[in-house]
Structures are given as structure tokens and as C-alpha cells.
Design a protein around this ligand. Structure first.
Ligand code: EPZ
Length: 426
């Protein structure tokens, strides 16, 4: 199993290009099920999750072509569905990636029936899809659970309706928004997610001919149309990848020029990081990030994760790594997932001082971390351990880095180009 060997120490110095967003690419790929014309996506990152989604769609019968090399950043993906595709998303494919449930809304809307395997839990939580199912029922779907599969039928097609999400759900919002595009009549969705990836999906759907109002706000109004056409779309930059590399500059006391990024995608995060002592200098193709005073440690500042535009749960582990060697104490509260502190046990092995009380972790700053063998457990926890390894004294081996490959395109290349001593070993 692949590992990352990291020798900690030098402050990162150099340029990093941000890739297209994984959590935009996945729903954008699923949207191709809504039309029989070609959807062309540009700036698609080379990631295991993207390959998993492509395999699922190809397995169903879509024509998928990809161009652009594996060495470069991003490639172009063309996807074309048809009327005779398989509308069953099987367990062996869905269990590999929970985001496979994003095919459910489009399949039901376009083909009037679908079987989608219930995704099962994952390391960070049970990850139910009850809100996806309730939202589709609000559009007239009949839902039954049969041997681990959700069986959804709308024999006369979906009908526009109102649905209020009791809990904000990113992929839940995406699934219902996609389904509503082909429903008869108008759908109003309340308490929806406002993430930039939702806006990016709405932008593609509108290019395909959908009528959507309110993307990025807490209420979506979708006027159903008969059919949707093909379109071409440039994927929004990955704000979580960008936040991860910003924190890499912070934790190593380096200076990184981020290109292809967009700081407006992380409003709360940037304000918080400025309070810890980081500064951002705008450049023509991006920005430089570094400590305002390289002679001083970062300041410990507390944070709670919440839906966009608040601090994202997907940056919680990385921020915690950065706070481990900050000056002072802070609390980090995880409000979204019930089990997203698995990186803490590993950070403790490197000399961190962190105490957990339910969903609140108290981090007491220590002078330095010591390299160690650590185990990655999920995508963002892995990133947290890489950041810690970059700043630790000595050698860190991050085991099970297949988790990393799900969400970070060419991570060791991007880091090595900034002077990090990191190599992938088997
Ligand atoms: C999306 O997951 C992201 N994945 C996650 O990123 C991200 O952490 C999460 O949103 C929160 O921002 C993709 O976009 C592919 P949710 P999603 O539905 O949509 C509960 C990463 O690292 N809930 O917004 O699955 C749920 O348990 C990944 O890139 C229900 O109870 O998350 C959670 O507590 C990890 N019932 C909360 O809502 C449902 O039907 C938010 O989950 C759905 C969700």
C-alpha cells in the first residue's frame, strides 16, 4: 500500500496551481444523465473519485471520452447519455464512493425509475441519504427500500413541489435541484446548501437550458422544462485544496504563490487565517500567502465548522494541524459530522497536545512536532497528517495514502515543487 515519506523542516517556497474542484466535478458529471447531448467539462482534476464516478457512468452505458495528459493539471471530459442506459447503480460501485448517490435524482427525472444502492457509512459518519429520498418524494417519487437498494419510481414523471431541508445537505440539495429541472411545474427548495459547488452546478444546468433562480442563497426555485441540451463548462477551482495549501504555507512558515485559486471562495477562512497571523498579497494570476511576521509563531484562534459561508468541515483537520504549533490554546468544534476527529490520535503520536470533549477539541500549542509513522483514515485527515509531517522535526511516514489520492491531484509533485522533501513509497 502506498505511503508518503516526508522529511519535515523547510518552509515551503514556490508556486502551486489549484485544480478543478472535486466536489463540483462529481455532481457536474452526474448532470450529464439529464440530457442525451454531450456535456463537456474542462479543468477536471485527475482524482480517484473522478475515475470512480466515470466508471459508474460508463458501466451504465454513457459514452465518456477524456483528453489531456495525466501529468498535466486537469483534463477535459466529455460525457453523453442516451435513452437505453442501465438505470441501476450497483452496490459494488456505490460503496466505493458515497457521492455516487448523485446519479439518483437525474436518473429518476430522465428515466422515471432507478435503483440506487444505499451508500452505507464511511469513516467520518453514517452519512444517511434520508433527505435525498424525502426531497424526491416531495416531487412525487415513490420510494421503497429493497435489499439495500433505494427503488424510486415516478411513472408519469416528477411533478414540481415544495421541500424544506431540516438539515442543510450539499449533495441532497444537488440531487433534488437536478431532478427538479425536468419535473412538471415549479419546485421551491428551502434551507438549501449555498456552497460554491452548488452555484457551479446551477451554472451548468442553466447552460443546458434549466430555469433555476437563487443558487447560492438559502432558497432555490426551479421551473421544470421538457428537456435539457448539451453544454460546455469550466469547473470552479477547488477551495478545499486551496485552503489546504494555504495552511501548508502557514504551518511551515513558508511563502507560496497560489495560482488558479480564488480567495472569494473561502470568505470566513481567509478572515480567520488573517487573525492567526497569515497575510495574503494579491497577484495577477492569484495571490501569495505567508506569515505577516515570520519570526513569530501563529496565534491560536478558535473555530466551529458550519455550512457555507462559515468555516467548512473539510478544512477542520488541516486547520487543527496548523493550530498544534500555534501560540496559545484554542477550541475546534465539529458541527457537521459525528466522527471527524480521527486525525487527533495520529497528531498526538507526533507530540500534539489535544483534548477531545464530544464535538469540541481543545488544542494547546506545543513548540514543535516530532515525525512519526501515522495512519491516514479519511481524505481530509490524511491532508492534516501531511501538513503536520511537513513541519515536524525528522521523518514522518503517512500510511494508507490512497485516501489522499481521492481528493488531491498530484499532491507530492505540487509540494516538492515548493521545496518539500516528500516522496511516495510502496
Ligand atoms: C458533501 O458531502 C461533500 N461531498 C463533503 O466533502 C462535505 O464534507 C459535506 O458536503 C459537508 O460540506 C461532496 O460534495 C461530494 P451533507 P454530503 O449532505 O453532501 C447529514 C470531502 O472531504 N445528512 O452536506 O454527503 C449528514 O450526516 C467530502 O470532500 C443527513 O442527515 O454532506 C451530515 O451530518 C467529505 N441526511 C450533514 O447532513 C441526508 O440525507 C451534512 O451532510 C444527508 C445528509
Amino acid at each position: 500500500m502506498d505511503k508518503l515519506k516526508i522529511i519535515g523542516g523547510p518552509g515551503l517556497k514556490g508556486k502551486i496551481q489549484i485544480s478543478g474542484a472535486k466536489n463540483a466535478a462529481l455532481p457536474l458529471m452526474a448532470a450529464s444523465l439529464l440530457s442525451n447531448e454531450t456535456i463537456t467539462l474542462k479543468n477536471v482534476p485527475h482524482l480517484v473519485d473522478i475515475t470512480t464516478m466515470a466508471n459508474l457512468l460508463m458501466h451504465m452505458g454513457l459514452e465518456i471520452s477524456m483528453n489531456g495528459t495525466n501529468q498535466g493539471i486537469g483534463h477535459t471530459l466529455s460525457l453523453k447519455s442516451n435513452d437505453s442506459i442501465e438505470t441501476k447503480a450497483t452496490y459494488d460501485l456505490v460503496r466505493k464512493m458515497r457521492a455516487s448517490v448523485l446519479v439518483m435524482g437525474p436518473l429518476l427525472a430522465k428515466h422515471k425509475e432507478t435503483y440506487v444502492s444505499m451508500p452505507g457509512g464511511c469513516a467520518i459518519g453514517t452519512r444517511p441519504i434520508d433527505l435525498h429520498l424525502k426531497g424526491l418524494e416531495a416531487l412525487g417519487a415513490k420510494v421503497t427500500l429493497e435489499e439495500g437498494y433505494a427503488h424510486l419510481i415516478a411513472e408519469n414523471g416528477l411533478v414540481g413541489g415544495d421541500y424544506e431541508f431540516p438539515v442543510i445537505s450539499v449533495t441532497g440539495t444537488e440531487n433534488i435541484m437536478m431532478a427538479a429541472c425536468l419535473a412538471k411545474g415549479t419546485t421551491r427548495l428551502f434551507n438549501v446548501a449555498k456552497e460554491p459547488e452548488i452555484v457551479d452546478l446551477a451554472n451548468l444546468l442553466i447552460k443546458m437550458g434549466a430555469k433555476i433562480e437563487g443558487a447560492g442563497t438559502q432558497t432555490l426555485t426551479i421551473h421544470g422544462v421538457e428537456s435539457l441540451s448539451g453544454a460546455t463548462h469550466d469547473i470552479v477551482p477547488d477551495r478545499i485544496e486551496m485552503g489546504t495549501y494555504i495552511m501548508a504555507a502557514g504551518i511551515t512558515n513558508g511563502e507560496i504563490e497560489i495560482t488558479n485559486g480564488d480567495l472569494t471562495l473561502l470568505p470566513t477562512v481567509v478572515d480567520l487565517l488573517k487573525k492567526t497571523g497569515l497575510e495574503f498579497i494579491e497577484k495577477d494570476k492569484g495571490f501569495i500567502v505567508r506569515r505577516k511576521d515570520p519570526k513569530k509563531p501563529l496565534k491560536a484562534i478558535s473555530v466551529s465548522t458550519n455550512p457555507y459561508p462559515d468555516f467548512p468541515t473539510d478544512l477542520q483537520a488541516q486547520y487543527m494541524a496548523m493550530m498544534v504549533t500555534a501560540e496559545g490554546d484554542c477550541t475546534i468544534t465539529e458541527n457537521i459530522f459525528e466522527n471527524r476527529f480521527m486525525h487527533i490520535a495520529e497528531l498526538l503520536r507526533m507530540g500534539a497536545n489535544i483534548h477531545i470533549d464530544g464535538s469540541v477539541a481543545t488544542v494547546k500549542g506545543v513548540k514543535e512536532l516530532i515525525g512519526a509513522d501515522v495512519m491516514a483514515t479519511d481524505l481530509r485527515a490524511s491532508a492534516s497528517l501531511v501538513l503536520a509531517g511537513l513541519a515536524a522535526k525528522g521523518e514522518t511516514i503517512v500510511h494508507r495514502i490512497y485516501h489522499l489520492d481521492r481528493g488531491y491531484e498530484h499532491i507530492e509533485t505540487k509540494l516538492s515543487e515548493c521545496g518539500a522533501l516528500v516522496e511516495r513509497t510502496h
